[in-house]
Design a protein around this ligand. Structure first.
Ligand code: ADP
Ligand code: MG
Length: 314
């Protein structure tokens, strides 16, 4: 892989090697990185791939691709209540384009530095553009927010608002909504605080109904949601006045908000804890014994499910 005669080792050094961080015993440059997990903690580890033409347009900005490739992983750590610590980056590139690599690495590190994440290794190969990030976080042992902890009677809540990213993807022209699509802000601080309050959590990537469906399946429960309680941004309310179309966007996914189940007695404290870090938390429904996720109007009428989530092999 060459950039005007620059080999991949020079490329890694130029774009991806940053000063050592104290949380990492050995970073980029050896056959593997070394980390010392702090006493009393478990490692939370996840990986996600972004493929050109599937997860982003082939002409998408390098900065945004770099940001989002890390953001989707930090969102998974947030949904576990884990604090991000480090990441690995497997990069497959059609060519070593200097301006693209510069923009990509700036986007990646903008988010990495905001969360104190060290890039500790990766792999660099030639081929169709594809980015795989593996993120490593720390969580006090036994305290992670899992999908299998929801109980009948829990309240279902969601952070922030839903629908901006899907609306931007559908072609609605709004800077605010485009930012939600291309530079999602993973709910890391909220996830850590919610360890004290939530019984189960997941991040909203494929779509609310599908993602909450995973929590329900893992917990052997179901859920009833109220369509009028799903939070929407001011931008979405203004751009999409039709409630039916707005609902489709709100169920469309790519929000990278957290969906939580909480015992009813914990809801007020959770809302207050998240308010302190500037994250709204909204009750959207309730956990029930009957399996499946149902969407109802305010008067209880069952709604046809508009969207059950993105599946790669259907
Ligand atoms: P190996 O041949 O042992 O797989 P590589 O030549 O792939 O080693 O990588 C050399 C070093 O650079 C390793 O420490 C690896 O983790 C790191 N590295 C390779 N590609 C990247 C990348 N895209 N981002 C960060 N670190 C990378
Ligand atoms: Mg390698």
């Amino acid at each position: 892989l060459t950039e005007q005669g620059v080999d991949e080792f020079a490329l890694i050094q130029r774009y991806f090697q940053r000063p050592a961080q104290p949380t990492v015993a050995l970073g980029i440059g050896d056959d593997a990185a070394l980390i010392d997990p702090p006493a009393g903690h478990q490692l939370a580890i996840c990986t996600d791939t972004l493929v050109a033409g599937r997860h982003f347009a082939p002409d998408a900005a390098g900065f945004d691709i770099g940001w989002k490739s890390l953001a989707v992983n930090l969102s998974d750590l947030a949904a576990m209540g884990a604090k991000p610590q480090s990441a690995l980056l497997a990069l497959t590139l059609p060519e070593a384009d200097a301006s693209w690599l510069k923009a990509f690495s700036e986007g990646f590190f903008a988010l990495a530095e905001a969360h104190g994440v060290a890039l500790i290794g990766g792999d660099t190969t030639r081929g169709p553009l594809s980015i795989t990030v593996t993120a490593i976080g720390m969580v006090p042992s036994g305290r992670a927010l899992r999908r299998d902890g929801a109980r009948v009677g829990d309240m279902v809540c969601v952070t922030g608002t839903l629908g901006d990213a899907a609306a931007a993807l559908s072609g609605i022209d709004s800077v605010a909504m485009a930012m939600r699509l291309h530079r999602p802000e993973p709910r890391v601080a909220a996830g850590a605080l919610l360890r004290e309050h939530a019984s189960a959590a997941i991040d909203v990537s494929d779509g609310l109904l599908a993602d909450l469906g995973h929590v329900c399946a893992a917990s052997n429960v179901g859920a009833d949601l109220r369509d009028d309680l799903l939070p929407a941004s001011e931008a979405l309310l203004a751009a999409v006045p039709d409630a039916g179309i707005r609902l489709r966007h709100q169920l469309g996914g790519d929000d990278y908000e957290l969906c939580l189940c909480l015992p009813p007695d914990n809801v007020t404290a959770a809302i207050e804890a998240l308010a302190a870090v500037g994250v709204p938390l909204h009750v959207i429904g309730r956990v029930a014994a009957e399996p499946g996720v149902r969407l109802r109007t305010a008067d209880g009428t069952l709604m046809p499910q508009a969207h059950s989530g993105y599946k790669h092999f259907e």
